[in-house]
Every structure is written in structure tokens, then in C-alpha cells.
Design a protein around this ligand. Structure first.
Ligand code: SF4
Length: 246
């Protein structure tokens, strides 16, 4: 797929609904909303379902270590909207080998082992999803962390010799705007928000945050100091050639 800049320029003048419709109409079955069920992703799912944008797939990566509430929430969403969410999992043989060699809690040992675990449980399954997509739609926003401050509306990613459009239709939305819209539309809310979780990753690796903390501060709490700042607290999904929804 080759994307033309004059075609993509149309995205700038559209609102979020329009951006999703654009992707659904032009890339039916080849555009997907990747989500871990934060407000951002839920808002995109709500628009997709209410506007009947059936060209858009909805998928999530199940690391097989997700918070139990997330598994329940997936069922709630499916029932409420009458949809099926694609759930993609890691290769069982690779996970078995990793756990045999390093233990289930290898992420405590070093940053390298945490990245290895994220790579097998998140990045590789996600790579397989991207093999079937031309447009990867995310809920990334600039205000989510220091390291996401330059998130663009869209970018072209070269991958395995072909182009993928990474579309971040909420890139410039504030927390206040997101929350107001979620409330206005009566979008389902992940139950762990009420316990201070800003995002919903794996058990142990994802914890609630305190008021004023960066939204990624709850990830891998045991990593502190300069190393924690430098490594961006991303699991690789949104780092080019890195080892990390959300
Ligand atoms: S967040 Fe933790 S358990 Fe989940 S894949 Fe990464 S290191 Fe592994």
C-alpha cells in the first residue's frame, strides 16, 4: 500500500467521526482499532459501533496476564454493542520456553527481561495483527506522558517492505475533553478507573497512580530513577523497532 500525501491531508479537516469513517470506507477490513480499553479506545469503539463503521476491526492483545477486570470488561463491551472483539494472544510454545528458562516473573530481574516478556506477549502478537492491516488506529494522545508529547495525527510506518498508516485520531484531545465525551455518550468505563488505574496492562506490571503522577508512572513501579525516565515506560508497541495501546 502506498499512501498519497494529498489524500491523507483530508484527515486534518475531519473530526474524529470523520477520520474513522474515512478509514472504514477506504480500507474495509484492513483498518483496525487497537485498544486496551482506556477511555480513548472506548470512545473510538463507541463511534465505530454507533456509526456502524463495519469496515473497522476492533482488536486487543491478550498477554495472558491481563488484569482480571479487563477480561470481564471485554464481555461487557461485546454484550452492550453486540460485537466480537478480536483477541490476539502470544505463541504458547514461545511463552512456555521463556517461563521455563527465566520464570514467570522475569520482568523483576532486569529491564532486558521485561522487554523480552513484553516482546513475546505483546509486540509479536501485535506484529501479526499488523500483517493484516493497512491502517492501525490508536487512542494515543499527547497529554498521556512526557514521551507522547509529539504524537501526530497520523504517520506512515514502513514495515516489512510495505506502508502502514498509523492513525491517532484523538492525538490532541485533553483529558477533560475525553472525560466529558465519555460521559456525554455514556460510553462503558473500565471498572479499574475508580481504583486509580489510568491504564490496564498486566497484573503486577500495572498499578494505580497517585494524583499528579505521570499516567505511565504506574507501569513497572520497581524501576526507579534515571533508568525509568530514560526508557520511556513503553512496552514496545509504540516504539519503532523497540521491544512495547495503548
Ligand atoms: S507488562 Fe509485564 S507481564 Fe505484561 S508483557 Fe510486559 S513484562 Fe510481561
Amino acid at each position: 500500500m502506498q499512501f498519497q500525501s494529498h489524500d491523507l491531508a483530508a484527515l486534518d479537516g475531519l473530526d474524529v467521526d470523520g477520520r474513522l469513517k474515512w478509514a472504514s470506507d477506504r480500507f474495509p477490513g484492513r483498518a483496525g482499532i487497537g485498544t486496551s480499553f482506556q477511555h480513548n479506545g472506548m470512545l473510538l469503539i463507541d463511534i465505530r459501533c454507533r456509526r456502524n463503521l463495519t469496515g473497522l476491526r476492533i482488536y486487543t492483545i491478550d498477554t495472558e496476564r491481563l488484569l482480571p477486570e479487563t477480561y470481564d470488561f471485554i464481555k461487557t463491551i461485546e454484550a452492550q454493542y453486540g460485537i466480537r472483539i478480536e483477541v490476539h494472544r502470544p505463541d504458547p510454545a514461545e511463552i512456555r520456553k521463556m517461563v521455563d528458562e527465566h520464570g514467570l516473573y522475569l520482568f523483576f530481574d532486569s529491564k532486558e527481561k521485561q522487554e523480552y516478556c513484553c516482546y513475546l506477549r505483546k509486540v509479536k502478537p501485535h506484529d501479526r495483527v499488523l500483517d493484516g492491516l493497512d491502517v492501525w488506529i490508536t487512542g494515543l494522545r499527547r497529554v498521556q506522558s512526557e514521551h507522547r508529547q509529539r504524537v501526530p495525527l497520523y504517520e506512515i510506518i514502513d514495515r516489512k517492505g510495505r506502508q502502514i498508516l498509523k492513525l491517532n485520531p484523538l492525538f490532541d484531545w485533553t483529558d477533560e475533553r475525553i472525560e466529558a465525551e465519555v460521559k456525554r455518550r455514556n460510553v462503558p468505563v473500565h471498572p479499574l478507573y475508580s481504583q486509580g488505574f489510568p491504564s490496564f496492562g498486566c497484573v503486577i506490571c500495572t498499578t494505580p497512580i497517585r494524583p499528579g503522577e505521570d499516567k505511565r508512572a504506574g507501569r513497572w513501579r520497581w524501576r526507579t530513577g534515571r533508568a525509568a525516565v530514560d526508557d520511556k515506560k513503553e512496552c514496545g508497541l509504540h516504539i519503532e523497532k523497540g521491544a512495547d495501546a495503548d
